[in-house]
Design a protein around this ligand. Sequence first.
Ligand code: PLP
Length: 376
Amino acid sequence: MHPSDHLENWFQGQGHWASTPPGQWQSWAWQLQNRLTSPAHFERHLTLSGEERQGFRHAANRLSVAITPYFFNLVDPADPECPIRRQVVPRGAEALVSPGESPDPIGEEAASPVPGLVHRYPDRVLLMATNQCAGYCRYCTRGRLVSNAADHHFLPRHEQALDYIRRHEEVRDVLLSGGDPLLLPDSRLDELLGALRAIPHVEFLRIGTRVPGFLPQRVTPALCGVLRKHGPVWLSLHFNHPRECTREAREATERLALAGCPMGSQSVLLRGVNDDAQTLRSLFHRLLMMRVHPYYLYACDCITGSAHLRVPVSRGIELIRSLRGHTTGYAVPQFVIDAPGGGGKVPVNPGYIAESGPGERTVVRSYRGTLHEYPG
Ligand SMILES: *Cc1c(COP(=O)(O)O)cnc(C)c1O
């Protein structure tokens, strides 16, 4: 077990980069400039398997490889199956196409009235603010648009999306996603949030981001100032493994909380990463201590080349059952499938109703398995 898997041990350190001046290490620009992107970068610190080398060759026309030195530091170089490594280092299996997989698994293109905007639900839209991320998750549902690996040249043009939202008064909730919106320059984010706040019918603003996990250095006082200025801005943070909950990440979420941002998390259930009860429990407990409420646990989208990372839905339900009632309710996210073909997020829950008649009585099963009758 990695030392930081213990809940009380909040990992902090520069590891392989111990000789880098702390001032540089703390600079998000330095972290971005020094991202590991090629096999040679990785081979300085660990030995890539044949499977991984093959993955790098394929990544060039699928989804770029990039991770910050900060995030790489969480990889255990001695463990080829390290749960951090599996999320960001490509494998040859990404070239396999399995049944049901597609490059746009949740049908976003069909629900996109203007480029870079998805309008799937009655009162809210998703706006892709940028095509860049601090790092690239190998199971990315939007690999077709982000990172520009295959020269797809998706360059979000905010004006068209803003016009659409201005014209659609039913849109009261705008989710900025991407790419990672927190990679925009402060001034650009300020303008975008300002433009949205100027639309009278838009009341709820939120940002989906993995920056606190990949690049906590980006959460500067200036960025927090922008979020505070346009607040409340809710944040959905992406964390998958307790080891990602480092002291730096905790300090970043603390700054965000003090800037008035309510925070939820979105995690993806991934094979060999977090598909066991102890890892999930530890992840959700840590998130609570970081002031983050676990919001959604996703079944991994059926993106092309993701079969090696997906977990059966039945296993996900079993894992949720092992949490509900056994630990703090706040620590149990909603398990969802983002429905293939564009049905939106569908909750999938363990069943707790043992018997129900028409109006007379309902028999429920408790988390311990005991049966209880409710008269109605
Ligand atoms: C996930 C998502 C939302 C937000 O859904 P909530 O259940 O409100 O968190 C909105 N639009 C799109 C297209 C989404 O994928």
